[in-house]
Design a protein around this ligand. Structure first.
Ligand code: ATP
Ligand code: MG
Length: 178
């Protein structure tokens, strides 16, 4: 199973200039005082995974540039790159940059369309449209309160097992009848 190795940020939210978050291990814990930037790590991750601006706690993409929250952006560009290692330690670098209010997407330094970018995430088993892959601050309770069927649906979507559900149920029924 692959894992997230490192996130490289440049002028993104609370990180000024080029900075490195990580290296990560297979299980990680981020601790810090209130306002120290823990949720910004989640924002960097969802940003690089192609999340739409509406889900990034800002109105416009340009608000994500360091200093923009106080009306003093240090640049008109910002960048987040995610280094992902597969089970053979082969690295893939997904990078999203913003220039003003537009985004550019690159995989291993090669510019690609958003559709291709998301497709490559799909190939490594990350379903970016299943937003609950990342559970944000305040969302834990709403997930815990979902009824069991809804929660099962959510896990099926994240794990991509949903597409096999019909076949599974059919075989289960056949076995029960036998
Ligand atoms: P809490 O424990 O309260 O949830 P947190 O560690 O999750 O806090 P974040 O919400 O990640 O904190 O970070 C908030 C900080 O990010 C604030 O100090 C804010 O000034 C800073 N910040 C947000 N946007 C920008 C930006 N565009 N430029 C620079 N700093 C920013
Ligand atoms: Mg937070």
């Amino acid at each position: 199973m692959g894992y997230l190795k490192q996130i490289d940020v440049e002028n993104f939210k609370s990180w000024r200039g080029k900075q490195v978050i990580g290296p990560f291990m297979r299980f990680n814990c981020i601790i810090g005082t209130n306002g120290s930037g823990k949720s910004n790590v989640m924002d960097a991750l969802s940003f690089v995974m192609g999340e739409r601006v509406a889900s990034l706690r800002v109105k416009h993409l340009r608000d994500l540039v360091h200093g923009a929250h106080i009306g003093r952006p240090v640049s008109d560009t910002a960048r987040v790159a995610m280094r992902y290692c597969d089970n053979k330690d082969l690295e893939t670098v997904f990078c999203r940059s913003i220039i003003g209010d537009s985004s550019e997407y690159c995989i291993n330094g090669v510019r690609v369309t958003l559709a291709k970018y998301l497709e490559e995430f799909g190939k490594i088993g990350i379903v970016t449209k299943a937003q609950n892959c990342l559970v944000f601050q305040g969302a834990v309770e709403s997930i815990a309160l979902k009824d069991p069927k809804e929660r099962t649906k959510m896990f099926e979507l994240i794990s991509q097992s949903r597409e096999y559900a019909a076949e599974y149920n059919k075989k289960k029924e056949a076995l029960l009848k036998a």
